[in-house]
Design a protein around this ligand. Structure first.
Ligand SMILES: Nc1ncnc2c1ncn2[C@@H]1O[C@H](COP(=O)(O)OP(=O)(O)OP(=O)(O)O)[C@@H](O)[C@H]1O
Length: 293
């Protein structure tokens, strides 16, 4: 069942992040005020170098902030769990999985985190096999992890992070190396985890991956340039929030330098020609439904 607990899972208060540079300091993130609600699917988008991965690492507390504060709020459910395992609050699935593999075999790799967090052997085996199953890696259980392809390594890394059942899962362009089938399979697994209450932070440049998002945050040069619904990100024009107006004008998506997905382009063209689409579509299926009487 979806966890609708109203509190915020993660809170960022006026976060800044700088690193030393030849000519002083280089500020990578500034004035970041952001909360991630429990059970939410938050998407973070932005062009190359806008600061998405840096922000993700800060949210996961893998790096300390330069100033400001990041708060992790464990849910009552997880704070009071009766299993001897101490489930992690957050796990981050990285862009480059090569740096994140520790086990000899695929199975050992998935068990690595489960071991670290104190899962009992029986539970560990069950969760490892379940995670390998849902990511399609079960046939490769005894295969040496180092011989996997790039995409398989990415799946394995995701499987390991999901197996330990964190409250918050951060995916940093996690589908970048996956073939269409593996991508669909991974997305289906993540959708299921989200339905079961896991909070998802989804970093992507692929705007057709935003259809599941409850909220979108767009970064531009280390600052939050947009925060709002996918409806306003794709459909609102510069002249206002009347998303059905059909007025010419660029949406936040276009202003930030992104080409909207083809489905959105078609839908906007139909609205411009006088069609009323309700609800606004984000997938080809939703568009088909919206134009079918
Ligand atoms: N350790 C570092 N040293 C110097 N510069 C860094 C470091 N880490 C990040 N940067 C710089 O910070 C900026 C933001 O990087 P970041 O990886 O967060 O961007 P991104 O939005 O995730 O980009 P991409 O979509 O290309 O992955 C970039 O200009 C990058 O060069």
């Amino acid at each position: 069942m979806k966890n609708n607990h109203p509190t915020q899972a993660v809170l960022l208060r006026n976060v800044h992040y700088s690193i030393p540079a030849a000519d002083g300091v280089k500020t990578l993130l500034r004035h970041i005020h952001l909360s991630v609600s429990r059970g939410e699917w938050l998407a973070i988008v932005g062009t190359n170098g806008s600061g998405k991965s840096t922000l993700a690492k800060l949210i996961a507390k893998l790096q300390p902030v330069s100033s400001g504060e990041i708060v992790h709020n464990r849910s009552v459910r997880d704070a009071a769990q009766d299993s001897p395992a101490r489930k992690p609050f957050v796990q981050m699935v990285f862009q480059n999985p090569d740096t994140q593999l520790f086990g000899e075999t695929v199975y050992e790799e998935v068990c690595f985190g489960l071991n670290n967090y104190g899962f009992e052997p029986e539970e560990r085996h069950r969760l490892a096999m379940q995670s390998l199953d849902t990511t399609g890696l079960a046939p490769l259980t005894d295969y040496p992890a180092r011989f996997l392809s790039g995409g398989q390594k990415q799946l394995l890394h995701a499987a390991s992070c999901m197996a330990v059942q964190p409250e918050v899962l951060i995916f940093d362009e996690a589908t970048a190396m996956l073939d269409p089938l593996s991508r669909e399979r991974l997305l289906a697994t993540i959708h299921r985890l989200h339905e079961e209450g896991t909070t998802i932070v989804w970093i992507t440049q692929l705007l057709d991956e935003l259809d599941r998002s409850d909220r979108i945050v767009a970064l531009d040069d280390g600052q939050i340039a947009f925060e709002g619904s996918k409806e306003s990100f794709f459909y609102s024009s510069i002249s206002g929030d009347d998303v059905q107006s059909g007025e010419a004008g660029s949406s936040p998506c276009e202003r930030l330098g992104f080409l909207p997905p083809y489905t959105i382009q078609v839908a906007k063209e139909l609205i411009r020609r006088g069609l009323s689409l309700n609800p606004l579509p984000f997938t080809i299926e939703q568009l088909g439904k919206a134009v079918t009487i």
